[in-house]
Design a protein around this ligand. Structure first.
Ligand SMILES: [Ca+2]
Length: 218
């Protein structure tokens, strides 16, 4: 009788451990949508809770990364993504956007509320130091329970041929086998555009002044 109690207790512990198992990365596949190239760090070992990705943008459209997962151990603290992103678009970037979802390319669907997939923002393990230089500001969006489904970095710039390193942490993915991280840079406003806008404003002001002057004549 005593043995059965011990066996049942062990089973309960095993089932309990199974339930709290977090997930680990087994790899990643990409759909660059014709906007560049991407690869997994050759040093990556399947079964890690951290994965490093290299991306090179040659155009301003989105690049999708589909991460594959498997159950890890109870000691896993979370999922960490480290991105090293190179700007070969020939255009300076002013913002950078991340969006969680599922599927690649035309099949991409944004993550919804309470679907068990979201970013963790307020965590000291976040790689704050990695994105502070290029983008001092970051703003999470689309709240989802404990976390967020999108994340924007801004307030700085990445010049052509420059590289930015961004770190991301995910909350529990709800025992999924895969999810997608879509990302896309935005250009900073062209100086020529600003000059044209300024010239337009000055021109309107001059026009108004001439009209007022003409109108004041006796
Ligand atoms: Ca979500």
């Amino acid at each position: 009788m005593r043995h059965w109690i011990i066996v049942l207790a062990l089973l309960a512990i095993l089932i309990g451990v199974g339930q709290v198992d977090a997930e680990v990365f087994t790899g990643a596949t990409f759909d660059t949508n014709g906007n560049g190239s991407a690869s997994v760090d050759p040093a990556f070992e399947p079964g890690s809770e951290e994965i490093r990705i290299f991306k090179e943008f040659t155009a301003m459209g989105p690049i999708d990364t589909q991460f594959s997962l498997e159950p890890g151990g109870a000691s896993i603290m979370g999922l960490f993504i480290r991105e090293e992103i190179t700007n070969n678009t020939g255009v300076a970037w002013g913002d950078y956007h991340f969006q969680l979802g599922f599927g690649l390319g035309d099949e991409f669907t944004p993550s919804g509320v309470d679907d068990g997939l979201s970013f963790v923002i307020d965590n000291p393990m976040l790689y704050q130091s990695d994105h502070s230089i290029a983008f001092p500001n970051n703003l999470p969006g689309n709240p989802d329970g404990q976390g967020w489904d999108s994340w924007d970095f801004w307030g700085g710039n990445v010049q052509p041929n420059g590289t930015v390193i961004l770190g991301l942490q995910l909350a529990d993915t709800g025992q999924r086998s895969s999810f997608t991280l879509r990302q896309q840079p935005s250009p900073i406003p062209e100086p020529s555009t600003l000059i044209l806008l300024t010239m337009g404003a000055v021109g309107l002001q001059a026009y108004g002044w001439r009209r007022r002057k003409a109108g004041s004549r006796p």
